[in-house]
Design a protein around this ligand. Structure first.
Ligand SMILES: Nc1ncnc2c1ncn2[C@@H]1O[C@H](COP(=O)(O)OP(=O)(O)OP(=O)(O)O)[C@@H](O)[C@H]1O
Length: 234
């Protein structure tokens, strides 16, 4: 479970995130949606203890991320798939993280298989990976410690249609198994098919949250999303 309470971050006089509050319950996928520059990444970074809030707080499994004893076993994180060591093979990178998290030896091959990087792909250097392959490896890293919570920033970036469907099914299965998933996107179509709840952010503020039906009823969700975020694109 994730609890975000009045989370705010200012850079100088500019508020990147301003009083953002929402909850992600176990067994659900929450889509965190907003146009470019809305404050999604900054919010996710604060949830994961990488950016210090100016105000407010975020709890993951009941505690601030930085206070979790072995965070990789509670909360799997994929914030920037491009930020991975280019010189290691996919398998080496994952094996190294497995040791840090304390994952059993067999987990690396199991995950490479799960994310579609088994075989020759696992033996290639990460520097030669496409963005989609890096996203897959990033997801494997996030899943290493078998965490309850997953926090993923734009995980569908660079994935082809088959990859997007694979990601959707993986996240759905994680939530259906009792996990908690929070994923961001600036593309409504990517998240509306998998998310149980949507949190829409624009200009650093939450402008709507709820189920699809609560947000748009029988109407057009895309129209509603564009209306809600109109004027807040930067
Ligand atoms: N380190 C920083 N210093 C100054 N301003 C920042 C910093 N990080 C983010 N910002 C600003 O905060 C605002 C929100 O940025 P953020 O990256 O959180 O948005 P986003 O919703 O993730 O956007 P995108 O979809 O384009 O990735 C933007 O105006 C951005 O320029």
């Amino acid at each position: 479970m994730i609890e975000v309470d009045e989370l705010s971050k200012s850079y100088g006089r500019r508020a990147a995130v301003d009083g953002v509050s929402f909850r992600c319950e176990r067994g659900t996928v929450t889509g965190f949606l907003g146009p470019n520059g809305a404050g999604k990444s900054t919010t996710l970074r604060m949830i994961c203890g990488l950016t210090r809030p100016t105000r407010g707080r975020a709890l993951v499994c009941g505690a601030p991320f930085r206070a979790l004893a072995n965070p990789g076993r509670r909360c799997g994180v994929l914030l920037d798939a491009a930020a991975q060591h280019a010189g290691r093979t996919g398998r080496e990178a994952l094996a190294l993280s497995a040791r840090i998290v304390g994952a059993p030896p067999g987990r690396v091959d199991e995950l490479l298989e799960l994310v579609g990087l088994a075989g020759p792909a696992a033996r290639r250097r990460v520097g030669a990976y496409s963005l989609g392959m890096r996203q897959r490896l990033g997801v494997a890293h996030a899943l290493l410690g078998e965490p309850e919570v997953l926090v993923l920033d734009e995980p569908a970036n660079g994935l082809d249609p088959e990859g997007i469907r694979w990601m959707r099914r993986l996240l759905r299965a994680h939530a259906d198994g009792g996990g908690t998933v929070l994923l961001s996107s600036h593309l409504l179509a990517e998240v509306e098919r998998v998310a149980d709840r949507l949190v829409v952010i624009a200009g650093g503020r939450v402008v709507a949250q709820g189920t699809r039906a609560q947000l748009a009823g029988a109407g057009d969700l895309e129209e509603e999303f564009l209306r809600l975020t109109d004027g807040a694109r930067s």
